[in-house]
Write a protein that binds this ligand. Sequence first.
Ligand SMILES: NC(=O)c1ccc[n+]([C@@H]2O[C@H](COP(=O)([O-])OP(=O)(O)OC[C@H]3O[C@@H](n4cnc5c(N)ncnc54)[C@H](O)[C@@H]3O)[C@@H](O)[C@H]2O)c1
Length: 420
Amino acid sequence: MKLGVVGLGYVGIVSSLGFAELGFNVVGVDVDTARVESLSKGRPPVFEPGLEDYLKRNMKRAGGSGGGGVAVFTTDYTRLLGCDVVFITVGTPPREGGGQNLEYFEGAVKMLREVGFRGVVVPRSTVLPGTTERVVAPLFEHVGYNPEFLAEGSAFRDFFNPDKIVLGYSDGVALEALRKVYSPFNAPKLELGVREAELVKYANNAFLALKVAYADEVGNIAKKLGVDVYRVMDAVGLDRRIGRAFLNAGIGFGGSCFPKDLAALIHLSRDLGYEPVLLDALLEQNRRQPLMLVDLLRTRVRERLGRPSLRGLRVGVLGLAFKPNTDDVREAPSIRVVSALLDEGVEVHAYDPRAEENFRRLSPRFSSNVVYHATAKECVEACEAVLILTEWEEFRDASLYGGRLVLEGRRVLGVEGVCW
Ligand SMILES: NC(=O)c1ccc[n+]([C@@H]2O[C@H](COP(=O)([O-])OP(=O)(O)OC[C@H]3O[C@@H](n4cnc5c(N)ncnc54)[C@H](O)[C@@H]3O)[C@@H](O)[C@H]2O)c1
């Protein structure tokens, strides 16, 4: 069986190399020439643990050593014509004012149609329920939907060891093809309608986001009570009906998925005539949470450093990525924290082992009004106060901080934090 993957972002790269590792020949297509060239030369275009090794192994197999599947990367859609199944993994970013920007998704589907592809088409991009039926089904006979649940930072591990595999299908041909593709995986497989499969992805992400926002809210209350929210959540999480995962209180969730998927689901819900009060509150809670850390900083600076405001204070921000082990800064809490600090006239210094370049690109303000450092030590030493925003392993070294005021947005050191 030969597979195609259209869109070589985090999901597309991991899917291409993952399926190749399992023995499939894969054609990976992207419109970004630089990205395709970089992958073809074995150079990771994004940071993801293990990616460099998987690219090397793929190149070895391509060179004929060891046999097995090979992923090739190209900008040429016609190379997809020999594939049995083509997965679509292009980005589906948020649209201004809510909803989903389907420009890349519709573009990819159209290009696939234009080259005359006749096999099974299976979106893996996160698309709102009804999208596959509306955009893909009119152009192709055999259509499926197969959501991806991987998390950046552990993407390969998640790809090979999923908790579940959701096979959405519109006809027997699509279902049979998906069963074959996923035959090497030992995970529960759920065969669902395409719309159901699309909604599973949103319901899944919204629930995880809900757990985070809930832990943050309990954390805000716990802080006022002088109680350690982590000890509370350790106890709560032992309830099998709840589970401990995603109950780490902090400065809220970010990333390319939770905020945009929630916003899209809220938008769809309103379109359908239903007011999603719970999801709305969840987004609002998450919007406020990073700013709680800035409030805390203001208070402690006044109390401990005797300064009436943050203006002119040198603050070191450790961690810009939305979580450790990734260079992704999309919707990261650091965006709101750094913006708020700049608004208050703070001299912002920053360090992130991987995400500096992506962060600089987010806005002219971030590229010219923030002082970036090559190491955490250098950043800390330049500052009077430090905020830890991402739980990168290297920030756990307590000797880094001297006697400075350090406040945490993620629990790394166990010093005072946003809700502990
Ligand atoms: N990143 C994650 O952790 C994650 C996890 C699960 C699901 N998803 C979903 O998967 C989808 C992809 O996410 P991502 O983070 O991998 O995206 P990304 O933004 O990292 O990459 C998307 C890629 O698609 C390419 N592209 C755009 N238009 C194209 C076209 N017409 N033809 C070929 N390539 C095209 C872009 O050049 C880019 O390389 C999204 O819908 C996302 O919500 C993401």
